[in-house]
Design a protein around this ligand. Structure first.
Ligand code: PMP
Ligand code: GLU
Length: 396
């Protein structure tokens, strides 16, 4: 069958593909340790599950408004006010089927042919692809390891052309775990405002932050910044609710209304029961979040030092999220079974074949010298996985 031009350009999401591959190997009885998945390994907290079950029994199983129920929008508004002292109205909130869906809709309603979208690297796999699907041009701002994987205000300034429309920010970041402080963000805001850019800020890891300094949400930088910013967040990471598929956008009502129309013509509402579960997540006790954070921090400390102890690996200590992004390029040029390891895909294949450990090649995030290792898995798996990586690399 003849596919559309768009279909021919689509590529699979590497993060999802590797997670699926690791699960498949495990199902075949192969003892694979999965460091691919970008999802917390904790169960969704009980109060959230119970609330969802009650909603089913109460018959909350029908269509809702395409952009989410008023009740959920109110819960999001309250949480955002409580956490960041930010005020939004209901017509400035859109709920979608996960932050990924919300971001997809955002690019669809904001990007016209050849509009340029600035994306700092290393980036989450889906930003450039979603921009391309919308007909736009991703422009990558390279965050080098020497600069702690951070971009500078100057880099944004230099990349701006008369086609630049959007600046995408994501902090704490996937895949590096780095974040920005208020002063750095103020620099970005100044350039963005001066050049009339829209800022899409993906703050889905805002609660998974290990340093004492509080997360600054981009729209907190001032009412002029807030007007030009669309904030994206969701329940997947904070409340370990990846499968429930609830994310949201907060910002300019015209943009939200356009996204609402798009959802209305494509997906309709996000699952009714999941919306109820998200209400409980935002309104209910928040201690499960703190418990997960404590566990993630222990794992982060362990995995970063274990990786840095391996000969030839250089790993920056992440400040947030649940990924490490070690540099493994010193192994490039080595041979295994007569085949030269030349890049992050080859080393990831080697680790899967020999160490039985699944990681994501850095090239998928825009950096071929690295691999992404997710520590959203048990400490015992992390310890075993690190041992396997060390032993397998020693044969090269
Ligand atoms: N943004 C980033 C940076 C992510 O890592 C993810 C991971 N899935 C998402 C958005 C999407 O999350 P979800 O669709 O599960 O809300
Ligand atoms: N965001 C997670 C990751 O980076 C989940 C998979 C995805 O949605 O891409 O692994």
């Amino acid at each position: 069958m003849k596919l559309s031009k768009l279909a021919k350009t689509l590529k699979p999401s590497a993060t999802l593909a590797i997670t699926a591959k690791a699960k498949e190997l495990k199902a075949q009885g192969i003892d694979v340790i999965g460091f691919g998945a970008g999802e917390p390994d904790f169960d969704t907290p009980d109060n959230i599950k119970e609330y969802a079950k009650e909603s089913i029994d109460l018959g909350f199983t029908k269509y809702t408004a395409a952009g989410g129920t008023n009740e959920l929008k109110e819960a999001i508004i309250k949480r955002t006010k409580l956490d960041y002292n930010l005020e939004y109205k209901k017509n400035e909130i859109l709920v979608g089927s996960g932050a990924k869906h919300v971001l997809y809709n955002l690019f669809q309603v904001l990007v016209d042919n050849d509009d340029e979208v600035l994306i700092p690297s290393p980036y989450w796999v889906s930003y450039p692809e979603q921009v391309k699907i919308a007909g736009g041009k991703p422009v990558i701002l390279e965050g080098l390891q020497e600069s702690g994987f951070k971009i500078s205000k100057k880099q944004i300034e230099t990349a701006i052309t008369n086609r630049t429309k959007i600046l995408v920010l994501n902090y704490p970041a996937n895949p590096t775990g780095i974040t920005y402080n208020r002063q750095e963000l103020e620099g970005f805001a100044e350039v963005a405002l001066k050049n009339n850019l829209v800022i899409i800020t993906d703050e889905i890891y805002d609660k998974i932050l290990y340093k004492d300094e509080k997360h600054t949400s981009f729209p907190q930088l001032g009412s002029d910044v807030k007007e030009k910013t669309i904030l994206v967040n969701g329940v997947s990471k904070t409340y370990s609710m990846t499968g429930w598929r609830i994310g949201y956008a907060a910002g300019n009502s015209e943009v939200i209304s356009a996204m609402n129309n798009l959802s209305g013509q494509s997906t309709s509402n996000p699952t009714s029961i999941s919306q109820k579960a998200a209400i409980e997540a935002f309104r209910g006790p928040q201690d499960a979040v703190q418990n997960m954070l404590k566990e993630f921090k222990e794992r982060r400390d362990y995995i970063t030092s274990a990786l840095n102890e391996i000969n030839g690996i250089d790993c920056v200590l992440p400040e947030g999220a649940f990924y490490v992004f070690p540099n493994i390029s010193s192994y490039f040029g080595k041979e295994h079974k007569g085949k030269k390891i030349t890049n992050s895909i080859a080393i990831s294949d080697f680790l899967l074949d020999v160490a039985k450990v699944a990681v994501v090649p850095g090239v998928e995030f825009g950096s071929d010298n690295h691999i992404r290792v997710s520590y959203a898995t048990s400490m015992s798996d992390i310890k075993e996985g690190m041992k396997r990586i060390k032993e397998s690399l020693a044969i090269l």
